[in-house]
Write a protein that binds this ligand. Structure first.
Ligand code: ADP
Ligand code: MG
Length: 697
């Protein structure tokens, strides 16, 4: 590989892995499965975990229940059947003349990692049993002779693919470190590193793959976590900068006359928080820089009214306003609310969803293009390419977390930048809003409209079921309506969890046989669903049996009862959204959740749900219990996933990186011409597509 040494450093780093020392064509194929194609990919393939062999303990020094790392050699392995489908795997581990036993129950596959004579590193909680130390289900690492852990190392653990083991991976990474580290270019200026307590890149890479001690490892991780969050925050700051430089939005100034005309439409006076949000929004709308604002508020806090105000302001100036909802049901609900409030006024509304027939759709599209309609309410269908707006001034997006960041950009047209208002009813933990919505200004509704009746939440158990249905029936006879929610549409054999369809038939024969029931879930056709909803809204249907499709957008103030089955199957935010359906009127709401809380996490989640009715607090609890994974994953927002940072764990670094990135963009408007140009390039390269930064630098 003599010619590579003459190449430019960046070129060397893009050498295919196949040519990296210790890799070769066969392993390169395995690495390809891990998306590792170049020397640089391998260099930046961070360990997913570590085994601390720097604190190795001798067997004779073990202490009962104190987690310890032990290195030894496998002497014997035995696997015994202990019953149908059960087994016990034991291994005798020798450390010079001392012995210890490792045991695994019902994990026969572990034996393939226990070759007699091989060195292993075990980490676990020892107990003294039958005259000998024993480790039950220890974490296990195989260690090669040349990696003698007595040298006091911390071993990196990589995510692997079949056909590769840890020591092979470690050796390849070490090879690439040895040969390519010097080609790495530092992206932060030296002074910046010193000021922000960051390790230089070469040192950081060395210590993330082969740390000398826990302190060095922590420093190395800090460097990469900071860098990852900084690059993301830089991209968000650049997006804000781009947006603030645009000046192609229609100015929509507010006058006292318009204000009075809009307020007259609402049958109530607005809350203090609603008024503050409206002030912030109208200040934005008056400018030619497009508004990019997130309206953040708990279920029932009155966001829709605020959005309606903004939309009517646009219409007052002769512009169209579009509202995009995540589901057809929610879009129709919004359209109905608007139609009701607008009553006799001359504002014209059209609904555009995937459920329209082709001629209906064409008609709607024509009305939008010719300017015959002022307010357009729809779903994703609004994003269609053919759709052209006559004079689009404002876009409201409801339930933003279901849309990607990128889709916000999709409605923009070359001639005119509409203003954007994004609403979310899912309270978002702070760290997530700083990231996913880091490019937006924030308005928050914390207080709720007055006159709301109280909401009672109970955790039910089977002994209380009869009493609960008694109560439920009594309230129905008093004229109230209710929901029964199940986690599944249809029964699945394995789960043992009630499905909506099953529930409907058992309820219709049992506890609710004297009442009129309806069924709605994701597989009910739009037309049928609309019929069921209308019947429920009108009070003909008394109880709606449903899945979580009713989570958002249903506004039937007379529905005050809810039974949730399989409550452990729902996330906290989702439970809270569901609960929002029965606190919309003057009558108190009653909710009983039945759940099989087998895990500690589910128990805590349900306890928090019973205790608190504050969506913001619940969002933070949920986030701590579950981590960002499913609900707030970056992927769901159309951003590439984070590789080393964790929004929950790394909150402090996130704040630091965010502040630093914002300051940097503010103080260096031409960032791509400064010594930070590499970071600028990384930000636009990684996030440019998702954040629509194509026209930057
Ligand atoms: P969100 O969208 O935040 O869940 P909505 O805007 O749908 O909340 O409002 C919930 C309910 O409260 C609606 O029935 C709405 O008409 C009513 N509402 C909104 N603002 C007020 C207010 N200031 N006073 C009384 N009722 C209000
Ligand atoms: Mg709403």
């Amino acid at each position: 590989m003599s010619e590579t040494t003459q190449q430019k450093p960046e070129r060397r780093l893009s050498t295919p892995v196949q040519f990296v020392k210790g890799v070769g064509p066969q392993r390169a194929e395995l690495l390809e499965r891990l998306n590792l194609r170049t020397a640089s990919d391998l260099l930046f393939y961070f360990p997913r975990d570590y085994r601390d062999a720097s604190q190795l303990v001798r067997i004779s020094q073990l202490r009962e229940h104190e987690t310890a790392s032990v290195f030894g050699v496998v002497e014997e392995v035995d696997l015994r059947n202990t019953g149908p489908g059960r087994c016990m795997l034991g291994a005798l581990i020798r450390q010079e003349n001392e012995y210890l036993r490792a045991v695994w129950f019902n994990q026969p596959w572990v034996q393939h990692r226990l070759a007699v004579g091989a060195g292993v590193l075990l980490v676990g909680e020892p107990r003294f049993s039958g005259g000998r130390w024993e480790l039950v289900h220890p974490r296990l690492e195989t260690v090669d002779d040349d990696e003698t852990p007595t040298a006091g190392r911390i071993l990196p653990i990589y995510s692997l693919t079949e056909g590769l083991n840890q020591s092979q991976m470690r050796r390849m990474v070490q090879g690439v470190l040895d040969d390519y580290r010097e080609s790495l270019v530092e992206v932060f200026p030296a002074e910046y590193l010193a000021q922000h307590d960051l390790l230089p890149i070469r040192e950081a890479l060395q210590h993330i793959h082969a740390p000398e001690d826990p302190q060095r490892l922590a420093q190395a991780r800090r460097r990469f976590i900071y860098q990852e969050l900084f690059v993301l925050q830089l991209a968000l700051a650049l997006r804000r900068q781009v947006l603030s430089l645009r000046c192609n939005a229609p100015p929509l100034p507010l006058s006292a006359k318009i204000d009075a005309r809009i307020r007259r439409l609402f049958p109530f006076s607005l809350t203090e928080d609603q008024n503050r949000a409206i002030e912030e929004i109208t200040a934005d709308l008056a400018r030619t820089t497009p508004m990019n604002r997130l309206l953040h508020g708990d279920v029932g806090s009155g966001k829709t009214v605020v959005a309606e105000y903004a939309m009517l302001l646009a219409v007052a100036h002769g512009f169209q306003a579009a509202m995009m909802a995540p589901t057809e049901m929610l879009a129709r609900q919004h359209a109905r609310t608007l139609a009701r409030d607008l009553g006799e006024s001359r504002v014209r509304i059209v609904v555009l969803t995937g459920g329209l027939s082709a001629p209906e759709r064409r008609q709607a599209e024509e009305a939008i293009a010719s300017g015959q309609v002022d307010l357009i309410v729809g779903t994703h269908a609004l994003l269609g390419d053919q759709l052209s707006f006559r004079r689009l001034g404002l876009v409201v997006i409801d339930e933003q977390h279901r849309f990607g960041v990128r889709q916000r950009a999709a409605l923009r047209r070359a001639d005119l930048d509409p203003h954007y208002l994004v609403m979310t009813a899912t309270p978002i933990p702070r760290t997530v809003s700083m990231t996913m919505f880091g490019d937006l200004d924030l308005s928050t509704l914390r207080d709720k409209p007055p006159g709301r009746a109280t909401l009672h939440t109970y955790l039910g158990d089977e002994t209380r079921r009869e009493a609960w249905w008694d109560f439920f029936r009594r309230k129905l006879r008093e004229g109230r309506q209710g929901y029964v929610v199940a986690p599944l549409v249809e029964a699945s054999e394995s789960s043992g969890v009630a499905s909506a369809e099953q529930l409907l038939s058992t309820l219709a024969r049992g506890p609710l046989k004297d009442f009129r029931l309806g069924l709605v879930h994701g597989r009910v056709s739009p037309a049928e669903r609309e019929a069921v909803m209308t019947s429920f809204r009108e009070g003909t249907t008394q109880v709606l049996v449903a899945t979580s499709v009713i989570e958002v957008g249903i506004d039937v103030p007379n529905a005050t009862l809810m039974t949730i089955e399989g409550g452990d199957r729902f996330g906290l935010a989702q439970l809270h959204q569901l609960r929002g359906r029965i606190s919309r009127g003057v009558h108190p709401g009653y909710l009983c959740v039945f759940a099989a809380a087998d895990s500690e996490e589910a128990r805590q989640r349900l306890a928090a749900f019973e205790r608190s009715n504050d969506g913001f607090e619940l969002a933070d609890i949920d986030f701590q219990l579950r981590g960002p994974g499913d609900l707030f994953g970056t992927r769901q927002h159309g951003l590439p996933p984070l590789r080393i940072a964790d929004l929950n764990r790394d909150e402090r670094v996130l704040e630091e990186a965010r502040r630093d990135a914002q300051q940097l963009v503010a103080s260096h408007p031409q960032l791509h011409e400064t010594e930070f140009r590499q970071l600028h390039r990384m930000a636009t390269h990684r996030y440019g597509r998702a954040l629509d930064l194509a026209d930057v630098g």
